[in-house]
Design a protein. Structure first.
Length: 341
């Protein structure tokens, strides 16, 4: 029988400016064998996320960079194909952090086992995983929405943003957001957003905000930064909460962004601005996941996935996050999902 090989994407070069496919390299190695207490995992889904842009550079951050020649990091949904730990038997589906590769050996302890009867296993890296938790903790803990508030979210059609808007509605708020292109605006309307603006098409963002948020903005959940954030800051209400979750508009920039940053508005509106990192809140992860699963179960929280086939297309899938080609949580199907027909 032919020896099974493990295809892996390693970081070939630290990007300057926009990431290129040539910044990654596909290599092949032997499939590792698990020792006692370990399991061999086969990757089914790989999550590609904007934060990976940061790991490709070597600037100081909250996490260490990927080494040149190192396997690209990333959240995965896997099947246990060999087990040396009876608590996680062969055939178990798990959430792991095994990166851009087909196989990996990890410690069995600490893996989150997934039940395909509760939700599609792919959601463990989406709405019932890191992006869903980011929306939950960012909005509920930092944004502190009150019934009747207007919540505005940038990057609203993405994995985090689409969840933020729906959670805002569940909290009794008016939800509005910005996204790029008419298909994304239609998607936001289908999710029940009360207002949506296409930031690429609008000539005057402040006027567009007046249209979709006629009573101003009480909570701004920022996934993007850049011009939409400048415009939103002029429309926040007294006592507003501004949650800085992501700044994707600047992730491919080489230098520091310059331009108007209207912090005067924080004085004028006695507002609070706070950055958030989802992992700071993981102590309360189980309770949050249970609430998110409950809302999915009763139909109040919907999710959408955008799946690219094949590990060889992972760089292309990753680049979609920056061109805005993804509609929903961007995943790569690395191997067959036996739970999905
Ligand atoms: N702080 C944390 O703990 C944490 C955790 C997870 C994610 N995040 C951040 O949350 C944000 C959303 O992440 P996600 O996983 O949900 O990704 P996503 O929104 O599903 O995908 C990225 C989206 O960003 C938008 N975008 C790309 N370049 C842009 C630009 N120059 N200006 C405006 N929009 C642009 C695109 O949508 P359009 O077509 O609408 O432009 C694209 O679809 C990211 O900034 C990410 O870094 C933070």
């Amino acid at each position: 029988m032919a020896e099974r090989r493990n295809r892996q994407f390693v970081l070939a070069a630290r990007p300057t400016g926009t990431v290129k496919e040539s910044d990654f390299k596909l290599i092949e190695g032997a499939v590792p064998r698990p020792a006692k207490g370990e399991v061999l995992l086969r990757t089914i889904y790989l999550s590609v996320d904007p934060y990976m842009r940061g790991r490709m550079g070597d600037q100081p951050s909250y996490a260490a960079p990927v080494a040149i020649g190192g396997v690209m990091v990333g959240g995965t949904v896997c099947e246990v194909v060999e087990s040396q730990d009876e608590s996680v038997p062969r055939g178990t589906y798990v959430e792991a952090y095994t990166g851009w590769q087909e196989f990996a050996v990890v410690k069995a302890r600490g893996l989150r086992a997934l039940d395909p009867n509760v939700a599609p296993i792919s959601t463990a890296v989406g709405v019932l995983g890191m992006p869903g938790l980011t929306a939950y903790f960012g909005l509920i803990e930092i944004g502190r929405p009150r019934p009747g508030d207007t919540v505005f979210v940038s990057g609203a059609a993405g994995a985090v943003g689409a969840t933020v808007g729906q959670l805002a509605r569940i909290a009794g708020c008016r939800a509005a957001g910005s996204a790029g292109g008419p298909a994304k605006i239609d998607y936001l309307k289908s999710l029940g957003f009360d207002g949506a603006l296409d930031y690429r098409a609008e000539k005057d963002l402040e006027a567009a905000l007046d249209r979709v948020c006629p009573k101003g903005i009480d909570v701004y959940f920022d996934n993007v930064g850049g011009p939409i954030t400048d415009a939103v800051m002029t429309r926040i209400n007294i006592g507003a909460r501004v949650v800085i979750c992501g700044q994707i508009a600047g992730y491919n920039e080489r230098g520091k962004e310059t331009g108007p940053r209207d912090l005067w508005q924080l004085i004028l509106k006695r507002a609070r601005i706070e950055g958030m990192l989802v992992s700071d809140h993981y102590e309360h992860k189980d309770a949050a996941l249970a609430r998110l699963a409950g809302w999915i179960g009763d139909g109040r929280l919907k999710f959408r996935e955008d799946i690219v086939e094949g590990l060889e297309n992972a760089p292309r899938a990753f680049l979609r996050l920056f061109s805005g080609a993804n509609l929903g949580k961007q995943l790569v199907r690395v191997g067959p999902d036996p739970t999905r027909r």
